[in-house]
Structure formats: structure tokens, C-alpha cells
Design a protein around this ligand. Structure first.
Ligand code: ADP
Ligand code: MG
Length: 685
């Protein structure tokens, strides 16, 4: 067995108890230990003479203990140890609370280095609870940059440092050089041993930077290799050829002509599905660019070729909406369209499931209910996922498993940087719809304060009298939920609006906690134009398409991310009417206001997404936990994008030359790749 695989409990000072604490941090072996990189560093390099101490500064002082420390018990649970230390020209008091061991640890006449925050009075400096150690040539906790590790009960920074130190000594020689030599040289990357040493115990800031750079590169490189490697292994053939389908019926049935960009996306899809390999394509198009029609074309082609297709939407409202518009379009062409959501009665669900299994339904539209174990298909050839970034990778994989390597089409309004897309989706092709259907007008967006409320209400009334409809979105559902600070809650607010502000208009309410049927009834009434004002939570955020709606009002707008606001704004301006978006500030401060001002000035989803990525990092960008991004030890998908690009191209080059990593010089890398695959079984697919 390699030393790196030895358990941490074999390290001196780590017994069974400590091993349990390490386990809580996910550290089992020496490998885990040395790869548990510090989360921060404490720069303790400054050393001062006592006579030059600056109050409020953190620094080291090298001094001799002048007299035996005095220990006094103040009361039960509180004791204080004080000592006076001196250097050539000054004296300083060091005070320790509840560290009675110091009384014997500091020996009069011996020199120590103390590190701490300088306090006390002028002429009488003090340090409280300083870190100290004997003056030696190899300082551990003073006079250097000290690592700060993630902690858990039962561990101390010191214990962690000791363990890491020993871990490095024990397996320093074994630390794998995973980067091929040419790669390391070409990108000027530090050596393994140096990097591990300096990431934990940096000699100076420059060495730390070199170490970080190498380790970040290495991590992203191994990740990129793993993804490419998987791809080579997975190049299966698709059993479903969708070939020579006459699209004429479809185009004639569409109530509009596709835009050039939509047409190109459809062509890409048809070409993919006619080929040997299963399609894996992302259609990226801003809100309102008409992705649904593209999806419909794909489904039409798959069904005409004799197969089934499944269309997965992130919410029930959206599934219902797609079901209605797609059945209206496709049923007349002889395509049997079904709906499957969690909200349907058991009986209906059973019937639909039976129809899918025996092939009596051609296209099914649904929510994650489609993933449920009891859903089976007869010949599922195409999976379409709408607003993909809201699905977890597991969910996507579960749906893919329902067919025999089906074609996969993913649609998103969120412009994901290609580098990240590669990681989240694997190697997928991208079609961009960079053109809006004709006749669209820009949506005028305004940021307003409370003082404008009456005017906005007047504006709503005017639009309603012109026959338009209005959305009002609030962040919370109930008054109690999270709204002590004046957040608008939908329930209360809808009541107030319908009873006091607009008693003459029809106001309705929709939120995620309502029953499916209720939600559906409200959406139907709104779509039919029977409701003037729809008060809602973000359940209406994605996809909802009501062309007559001309105003989107967002309450407490700073509660939402910019991409989310862009999605919300995309609910209006879908028809021929001049449309508006009004953001009520929620008192989120100047930064929030600045962001929203920038938002008001652009309708460009790509720009907004970039801004969001910068501000909030990719986790939020993709919907937090479900992001599908693997956990990284040191690299960050937010700040190391440039490095990611470099690592990806280096990985691609290497795999082009050695696709299966069979060459002996790539053996270590291959092993890491295998390990990463094993660890992320559920994440990569
Ligand atoms: P998204 O890309 O946000 O999903 P949708 O597919 O919901 O957009 O389309 C938005 C609206 O634009 C819908 O009302 C749809 O019918 C309409 N639409 C789509 N494509 C065209 C087109 N080529 N010409 C005119 N209207 C279109
Ligand atoms: Mg859509």
C-alpha cells in the first residue's frame, strides 16, 4: 500500500479520537490530509522591537521572560496568567486567560517569540493571549505565514499543522507528479513537492503564489482531462436515427415563420439527430427568443421518425403551458401529446404512464415527475430539458437512463460561459439564438422608491383600462415567512390590492404553495385575459408566456439576482404592446441600487449574466446546490476562469495525443482521473 493511503490515525499525536474529528472534515488518509489546503493564511512575518511597537498592530516580538509568570484565579472558570518579557530596550506584559499551563511553559531567562495584537498603554505595551514558541531556527507558529485550516470540534489549528507537517514528511517523496513534464514546463508551473510544502507552510508570499498557481492549474487540468476522458469512453452509437423527416407540415402549422436564428438551431438539431452519435446540444437564447418553437420542431422530427420524445420543464405552470401550446400545434399533425406532472390525479398519471409504455403517446411534457421510477417508455429517442440550469445533474441523468442513449436537447436562457458549460454539461454543442422574433420592442425598465408607489398604481390602472395585464412579483409567500423587515408578502399584498387599491379591477394570486389545480386555474384565467393583475411569487419566473401582459412590477427587487430579474422582466414584452418593468427598491443599500441601475440600462441577457457571475459566483448562477459542479479543493469556478481555459486547452492537447492515457508518462494522471471519476459517480454523466 502506498504511504499516501495510510490512515491519519497512524500519525503521532493523532489517536482514535482525533481521527474521528479529522473524519468530520472528510480527512481519512494522508492523501486527504496533505490535500486539505488551508482556507486562509495569517501573515506573521512582521517582527518588532518592543520599543517600536505600534498599537493595534499584529506582529512578533522576540523577548526573554523576566520573572516567573504569576497565575491568579479570579473566580471559578476564570484565571489569568501574567508575565513580563523584555528585549534589549523595552518591556512588555503578556496576559493569558484560562491558559494556566503557561505558568510552567514560560521559563524565566528563556527567550521566546510572541505573536499577537499590540495593546496596553503608551510606554506599557501588552499582548493578550499571544501565540508563542521557543526561539529556534524553524519557527512553526510565529515569524512566518501561518496556514489557517477549516476546523471542527476536537481539533486545533496547531494539531492540524502538526499532522500536516508529519504527513508531508512521511510522504513527501511519494506526492504524485500528475502534470506531464511538458505541460509543467510550458505553463511555468512549480514542482509538486515545492507546491505542497508552500501551500501549507509558505516560505514567503511569492512562494505561496507559485504553489497556489500550480495546484489550481493541476486541479482544473485533472478535472478537464477527466471530462474529456469520459467523453472518449462514452462515444456510443445512438440507436435512434432521425433521418429524412419532411418538416413541411410543421412549418406550415406554425403560426409564424421562424427567425433565421431559430432556423439555424433547428438545422443543427436535425443534423445531430441524423448522425451516428447521440445528440448533446444546448440551445441558448435570451428570454423570449422563441426556444419553445425550436423544441417543438425537434419533437416533431423525432416523432415523425417513429419515436417518442419527452419534454421536461422546471415548474408545473410551465409544463401546463407547454402542454397547451404544443398540443394545439402538434395534435392536428397527428402527434399524440400527453402531460405528466405531480399534481395530476393518480388515475390520470397511471393512464399516461401506460400510454408511454405501450407507445400510445408520442410526446410527453412534464415536470420532474417524468423521472419517477414508474415511468417507462417504449422508444424514447429525444429528451428536451427546458431552462436546464434549474435541474440537477442527477435528474438529467435519471431521465437519460429512461431511454437507450437518447438524443439530449437542453434549452437555457442563461448564457453560461463555455468553459463552465463544458463542466456542467460535459461536451455539448451549442446553438445560439441571437435574434428576437420581429416586432419586439425593448422593455423600458425603471427603478423606483416608495414615493413613486401612487404613480405606479395610477400607471397600472391606465394600462388595465387599455386592456393590458400586469404582473406584480413579491419575494415571500406569507407575512410570517421571512418578512419582518417590510418585505411584501403575496397573500397580504394581494388582499390589500384587491380590496383597497383596485376594488374595480380583477386581482388574483398565485404562489408555489397552492395546489396544482388552483395554480392552473389562475394561470388559465390570466392567459385568457380574465384577470387584470396577477400577484405572484417567482413561480412565474421562467417561461410563462402571456403576450398581452405589458407591465412587470417587482417588489423588494434587491432580493433577487440580476438573472432572475431578467427572467421576470422577460414575462412581458412578448407581444406587440409596448412593455415596462418597474423595480421597487427594498432598501438593499447603495451596491444593490447600483446593480439595479445597470440592469435598467440593458436588455442584454448575456451582459446581465456576466455581471451576476462576477457578483455572486457560479453556485448561485446555476441554482446553488444543484449546480452540478464538482467540489474543488483549491480552484474556484468564479475567480479562476482564465486558468480553467488554459487547463482545458492543455488537457485537450494531451488527450488528442493520448486519448486513453495509456502512455507510461501519463500513468499517474490516469490514476487521478480514475479516482475523480469514482468520487463523482453521481455528478458526471
Ligand atoms: P423563450 O425562448 O423565452 O422560451 P418562447 O418560446 O416562450 O420564448 O417564445 C416567446 C414568444 O414568442 C411566444 O409567444 C412565441 O409564440 C413567440 N415566437 C416565437 N418565435 C417566433 C417567431 N419566429 N415569430 C414570431 N413570434 C415568435
Ligand atoms: Mg421558454
Amino acid at each position: 500500500m502506498e504511504k499516501l493511503d495510510t490512515g491519519v490515525q497512524f500519525i503521532k499525536g493523532v489517536g482514535e479520537e482525533r481521527a474521528k474529528a479529522f473524519l468530520k472534515l472528510g480527512i481519512v488518509t494522508l492523501r486527504d490530509l496533505v490535500m486539505n489546503f488551508p482556507r486562509a493564511y495569517d501573515d506573521r512575518t512582521a517582527v518588532r522591537d518592543i520599543s517600536h511597537l505600534q498599537f493595534g498592530e499584529k506582529c512578533c516580538v522576540s523577548a526573554t521572560v523576566a520573572a516567573p509568570p504569576r497565575l491568579s484565579r479570579i473566580r471559578k472558570g476564570l484565571d489569568i496568567t501574567k508575565a513580563v518579557v523584555v528585549d534589549a530596550a523595552g518591556r512588555m506584559t503578556v496576559t493569558f486567560f484560562n491558559q494556566s499551563y503557561v505558568k510552567n511553559a514560560l521559563i524565566p531567562g528563556e527567550s521566546y517569540i510572541f505573536f499577537g495584537l499590540v495593546g496596553g498603554r503608551i510606554g506599557a505595551p501588552e499582548m493578550t493571549n499571544p501565540v508563542f514558541e521557543k526561539e529556534t531556527n524553524l519557527p512553526v507558529t510565529t515569524r512566518r505565514i501561518v496556514p489557517v485550516y477549516r476546523m471542527t470540534a476536537g481539533l486545533t489549528q496547531r494539531a492540524m499543522m502538526n499532522a500536516v507537517r508529519q504527513g508531508l514528511e512521511a510522504c513527501g517523496e511519494e506526492l504524485p507528479e500528475r502534470l506531464p513534464r511538458e505541460v509543467r514546463e510550458r505553463y511555468h508551473l512549480a514542482q509538486t513537492r515545492f507546491s505542497y510544502e508552500n501551500i501549507h507552510f509558505p516560505r514567503d508570499l511569492e512562494s505561496l503564489e507559485l504553489a497556489r498557481r500550480r495546484l489550481i492549474f493541476e486541479e482544473l487540468f485533472v478535472l478537464s482531462c477527466t471530462l474529456s476522458f469520459m467523453r472518449t469512453r462514452q462515444l456510443k452509437k445512438s440507436p435512434y436515427r432521425v433521418k429524412n423527416v419532411d418538416m413541411g407540415d410543421f412549418y406550415r402549422a406554425l403560426p409564424f415563420a421562424l427567425t433565421g436564428a431559430q432556423r439555424r438551431a433547428v438545422d443543427d438539431i436535425l443534423r445531430d439527430m441524423a448522425g451516428d452519435a447521440p445528440m448533446s446540444r444546448l440551445v441558448q437564447g435570451d428570454v423570449g427568443s422563441g426556444k419553445t418553437a425550436v423544441a417543438a420542431a425537434a419533437a416533431f422530427a423525432a416523432v415523425r421518425a417513429g419515436y417518442q420524445a419527452a419534454f421536461m420543464a422546471p415548474t408545473e405552470i410551465l409544463a401546463e403551458q407547454h402542454f397547451k401550446s404544443l398540443s394545439a400545434l402538434l395534435e392536428p399533425l397527428g402527434i399524440r401529446v400527453a402531460l405528466l406532472t405531480g399534481g395530476l390525479t393518480l388515475k390520470t398519471k397511471r393512464e399516461t404512464q401506460a400510454a408511454l409504455k405501450n407507445g400510445e403517446a408520442d410526446l410527453v411534457i412534464g415536470t420532474h415527475a417524468l423521472i419517477s421510477g414508474s415511468v417507462e417508455f417504449r422508444k424514447l429517442a429525444l429528451i428536451i430539458a427546458d431552462e436546464q440550469h434549474r435541474f440537477g445533474v442527477q435528474q438529467r441523468a435519471a431521465l437519460t437512463d429512461k431511454g437507450d442513449t437518447p438524443h439530449v436537447l437542453v434549452m437555457s436562457a442563461t448564457p453560461i460561459p463555455r468553459t463552465l458549460a463544458l463542466i456542467v454539461y460535459g461536451d455539448l454543442d451549442v446553438s445560439v439564438i441571437n435574434e428576437l422574433p420581429p416586432g419586439r420592442q425593448t422593455i423600458d425598465t425603471f427603478l423606483v422608491g416608495e414615493n413613486m408607489r401612487q404613480r405606479i398604481y395610477n400607471f397600472i390602472r391606465r394600462l388595465a383600462s387599455e386592456g393590458r395585464q400586469v404582473f406584480i412579483v413579491c419575494p415571500a409567500v406569507e407575512e410570517t415567512e421571512e418578512s419582518p423587515d417590510g418585505l411584501k408578502s403575496v397573500k397580504e399584498y394581494a388582499k390589500e390590492l384587491s380590496e383597497k387599491v383596485f376594488p374595480d379591477l380583477r386581482v388574483a394570486l398565485v404562489h408555489g404553495k397552492m395546489k396544482a389545480k388552483e395554480k392552473n386555474d389562475v394561470m388559465e384565467a390570466f392567459t385568457a385575459g380574465n384577470i387584470h393583475i396577477l400577484v405572484a411569487t417567482t413561480v412565474i419566473e421562467v417561461g410563462v408566456d402571456v403576450p398581452n401582459a405589458a407591465l412587470m412590477v417587482v417588489e423588494n427587487a434587491d432580493r433577487f439576482g440580476l438573472s432572475q430579474l431578467h427572467q421576470l422582466r422577460g414575462r412581458v414584452g412578448r407581444g406587440a404592446h409596448k412593455s415596462y418593468c418597474v423595480l421597487f427598491e427594498g432598501g438593499g443599500g447603495e451596491v444593490a441600487r447600483e446593480r439595479m441601475r445597470a440592469f435598467c440600462k440593458t436588455n442584454d441577457g448575456f451582459k446581465i449574466a456576466e455581471e451576476d457571475l462576477k457578483l455572486r459566483g457560479p453556485g448561485d448562477f446555476f441554482g446553488s446546490r444543484q449546480s452540478g459542479l464538482p467540489d474543488m479543493q483549491i480552484a474556484s469556478f468564479a475567480s479562476d476562469m482564465d486558468m480553467l481555459k488554459t487547463a482545458q486547452s492543455a488537457a485537450r492537447e494531451l488527450l488528442d495525443a493520448d486519448p486513453e492515457l495509456r502512455r507510461p508518462e501519463n500513468a499517474v494522471l490516469r490514476e487521478s482521473v480514475e479516482r475523480l471519476l469514482e468520487k463523482n459517480k453521481g455528478t458526471f454523466n
